[in-house]
Design a protein around this ligand. Structure first.
Ligand code: FMN
Length: 171
């Protein structure tokens, strides 16, 4: 089986999870790790399983990831799983379902089997703290608690959980 782990990442969180997924998948399969900017639909069509990674941007997959999903080729027998990082500690399942929808839709339309999605928290880039705190109207004390809570994420536990997600898929 040929596996592709591809991701969009601006501040390294999704990339960290991508590397963990790649490391785990490589134990059993030929695995390539590529930034989203490096891939083309023709390249993606050559893999049996694709892990597609995205940060959450304004309650949705990042725009370049959605764009990439929309141009994927129909490839029989292919599988896809997602991975998402987000600053919020945890989202209810219902919200996660909505975030995954572009991946599910692309898979439905292109005949790809969708295998589910891993998600974990990722530290919001420092430069975004002030605008996000202001936009969400969060007081300083609550915001300080949120920053403390997301500091260091994704952490080793997140990395281990991402690897466990892969080994479950390949079991
Ligand atoms: C423009 C922008 C919008 C974001 N919107 C959300 C959001 O709606 N919900 C959330 O939990 N995190 C949001 N975040 C935080 C990122 O999803 C989170 O920090 C992620 O781990 C960043 O991944 P990266 O380092 O791979 O880019 C946003 C970050 C940016 C830059």
């Amino acid at each position: 089986m040929k596996v592709l782990v591809t991701y969009f990442s601006q501040s390294g969180n999704t990339e960290k999870i991508a590397k963990a997924i790649c490391e785990e998948a490589a134990k059993t399969s030929y695995t390539d790790l590529k930034k989203l900017e490096e891939i083309t639909p023709d390249m993606v069509a050559k893999y049996d399983c694709i892990f597609m990674g995205s940060p959450l941007h304004s309650g949705s997959l990042a725009a370049p990831v959605k764009e990439c999903l929309s141009v994927l080729k129909s490839t029989s027998g292919q599988q896809m799983a997602g991975f998402i990082t987000h600053m919020a500690p945890a989202y209810p399942e219902q919200d996660m379902d909505a975030f995954e929808e572009p991946m599910k839709t692309a898979c439905r339309e292109k005949g790809i089997e969708y295998r589910g999605c891993f998600d974990c928290q990722g530290f919001l880039a420092e430069a975004m703290h002030e605008p996000v705190q202001k936009k969400l109207g969060i007081d300083d004390e609550t915001w300080a608690g949120m920053v403390k809570q997301m500091t260091g994420r994704p952490n080793q536990e997140d990395v281990d959980n991402a690897k466990a997600f892969v080994s479950r898929l390949f079991a």
